[in-house]
Design a protein around this ligand. Structure first.
Ligand code: F6P
Length: 283
């Protein structure tokens, strides 16, 4: 790792300990909405402010953007890397005490940036234990985060060949007919449904067991729900680096360029065979 990118993930790992420690007291709503019109929890705001302050203080970081704020925040000194974060992905799971995460994309172009400008990506999963996956240089490494300590759990993480799980967001009556028949088709392959309402937690099941996660285009909302820059790009980069595939329904998410920072997109990530079948079903 070059030092600058390593320090980004060191900072994310130590910040994760603070975020985790602060969750119990920050389950209430913060009387504010994020730029996508979703209500923010005190925990969303806290995680965003910590990440902004600490990442922008790093030498190599030139700017910070997140799902929780309108625009890009520039560092005082120009840095080579630009960091896009979803500070607390799936934070509505905090009410029910289920999994959540922090998603990070490191780009070498200013934001909004195309997927091709991603140089590293990763996510923290606040599950029964805290783990962090980092994709860079063609490999994915899984770490255990224990307080401020970080140790390697798995080198060269790879999605298993035989898919086992699937999970898709959105109300089934709102799915398109083509998508519904794709789901019927893969259910016939005896995959098991796993959907928990936090992308990071659901994606980590796909990486662990093989399968597919998606938040599709909906009849009244063809753009789906998830954000390309903050969720789609980094998660697609982790999955593709682990040997899987990603798609917006027609092409890899890493080939998609956002028109705006908060642009939404349908997202599908997982085992290559299932993503290929999805693209054929939707074409
Ligand atoms: O960021 C949005 C998010 O919380 C994702 O983590 C998750 O996959 C999705 O929304 C869940 O949406 P829904 O509540 O519609 O299932």
């Amino acid at each position: 790792m070059t030092d600058a990118i390593e320090t980004v993930f060191e900072t994310v790992a130590t910040t994760a300990a603070d975020v985790r420690g602060a969750l119990a007291e920050r389950r209430a709503y913060a009387d504010a909405e994020n730029p996508s019109g979703e209500q923010q929890l005190a925990a969303d705001v806290y995680a965003d402010e910590l990440l902004e302050e600490r990442l922008l203080a790093l030498d190599g970081v030139g700017s910070y953007a997140s799902e929780e704020r309108d625009g890009v925040v520039e560092a005082d000194d120009a840095g080579q890397y630009h960091v896009a974060c979803d500070p607390l992905d799936g934070s509505s799971n905090l009410q029910s005490n289920n999994g959540m995460g922090t998603i990070v994309g490191v780009f070498d172009e200013s934001l909004p940036a195309p997927g091709s400008a991603l140089v590293a990506s990763g996510f923290v999963l606040y599950g029964p234990i805290t783990t962090m996956l980092v994709a860079r240089g063609g490999t994915v490494t899984e770490y255990l985060l224990d307080g401020e300590e970080r140790s390697v759990l798995t080198e060269d993480v790879a999605i298993p060949d035989d898919p086992v799980v699937y999970g898709f967001g959105g109300r089934i009556p709102d799915w398109t007919d083509q998508f519904r028949s794709y789901v019927d088709d893969i259910e016939a392959d005896r995959l098991k449904l796993r959907y928990g309402g936090a992308m990071v937690a659901d994606v980590n099941q796909v990486i662990t067991y093989g399968g597919i996660f998606g938040y599709p285009m909906l009849e009244e909302r063809p753009e789906g729900k998830l954000r390309l820059q903050f969720e789609g790009h980094p998660i697609a980069h982790v999955i593709e680096t682990a040997g899987g595939a990603s798609s917006n329904g027609t092409q890899s998410l890493l080939d998609c360029d956002p028109d705006g920072l908060h642009e939404r997109t349908p997202v599908f990530v997982g085992s290559e065979s299932l993503v290929d079948r999805l693209e054929s079903a939707l074409s």
